[in-house]
Design a protein around this ligand. Structure first.
Ligand code: PBG
Length: 336
């Protein structure tokens, strides 16, 4: 008889889970629209929004639609966007020269967004992968077998200054070259852009979860492969201490925000970084994490809204102060 059976317990943790109001009282982590940074893809021309097969619900926007989307995000309380260009193949070359074009798509996008929604924080990616035919984040060594570190940094520095002068609030170097944060900080200061901040992709792992993003910006197809091997610059997913060493370097070199990427499979790293630094920590819930949830939801195997929320809650609980996520808009809507 269940009634007759009584445990002699002092502690009954379930007392704090009895109903929704008690649960809300003891809730430790809360998501809000201001936690999110929305990554957005931009294309040239006047065509309508382009779907990305491996990222259902994510679109590439022309400039007009991009501005509309940014207005909507700002209205929902999302404070920041991270812009990524998709270039036509004919503008790509081995050196990623289009990255330094003064009239580059990304710069026109920054101008349009800052003009229409000045309060929205605009971040741009500093790396060459949307611009190179080989899809790598930098220029190659003479034998073509690796990405050249210092030659790449020399280009990224110019790119960062160009973006800063165009009005971005944050440059976000995602290339993982050695010494790029220090070089970019110095160049920004020399150019008088002392207010432009740096969000460093500090612990960026060589991850299989970037696959859908490479469809979105066309970096893999430009290279004629489905698999881009970036292991000579991105971190080995097996390494935790090496990630912390990278983060310490970026912090010492002047990064304002330190990022861990991907997020969901790297919660231990987010926690480690949160504990190792007093700088704000960003985490990037990347394209593959998004695609996984969308795919399972489409099959009816997972509940989209709940899984989405839980995945982001876990990232914040681990220690992220802000999260780049393709769910930013839907989350902000759901949290209203
Ligand atoms: C490249 C870059 C990548 C992402 C952001 N910047 C991919 C890569 O390193 O190939 C991935 C983002 C995502 O998967 O959502 N500079």
């Amino acid at each position: 008889m269940s009634d007759a059976f009584k445990l002699d317990l002092i502690h009954r943790p379930r007392r704090l889970r009895r109903n929704a109001t008690v649960r809300s009282l003891v809730e430790e982590t809360v998501l809000r629209p201001a936690d999110f940074i929305a990554p957005l893809f931009v294309v040239d021309g006047k065509g309508g929004p382009e779907p990305i097969a491996s990222m259902p619900g994510v679109l590439r926007y022309n400039l007009t639609d991009l501005v509309k989307e940014c207005r909507g995000l700002a209205k929902l309380g999302v404070p920041a966007v991270a812009l990524f260009p998709k270039l036509d193949k004919k503008f790509k070359d081995d050196a990623g020269s289009a990255a330094l074009n003064e009239d580059a798509l990304i710069l026109r996008a920054v101008r349009a967004v800052k003009k229409a929604v000045p309060e929205l924080v605009v971040m741009t990616d500093i790396a060459l992968d949307p611009y190179t035919t080989h899809g790598h984040d930098g220029v190659l060594t003479p034998d073509g077998r690796d990405v050249a570190n210092d030659a790449t940094v020399a280009i990224l520095v110019k790119m960062a200054v160009l973006h800063a002068r165009t009005g971005v609030d944050f440059v976000a170097p995602s290339d993982m070259m050695d010494g790029r944060i220090g070089a970019i900080r110095r160049a920004l200061d020399d150019a008088g852009c002392t207010e432009t901040a740096i969000m460093a992709y500090s612990a960026k792992f060589a991850s299989a979860y970037y696959g859908p993003f490479r469809d979105a910006v066309g970096s893999a197809s430009a290279a004629g492969t489905h698999h881009l091997d970036k292991r000579t610059y991105q971190l080995n997913p097996a390494n935790r201490r090496e990630a912390l060493a990278e983060v310490a370097l970026d912090e010492a070199e002047g990064a304002d925000i330190l990022m861990v990427k991907p997020a969901g499979a790297y919660l231990d790293i987010i926690r480690d970084v949160h504990e190792a630094t007093n700088k704000p920590v960003a985490a990037y819930q990347v394209s593959g994490e998004y695609a996984q949830i969308q795919a399972a939801a489409k099959l009816g195997w997972l509940d989209l809204e709940r899984t989405r929320h839980e995945s982001l809650l876990a990232i914040k609980r681990a220690g992220a102060d802000m999260i780049l996520t393709y769910f930013a808009r839907e989350m902000a809507l759901a949290l209203k």
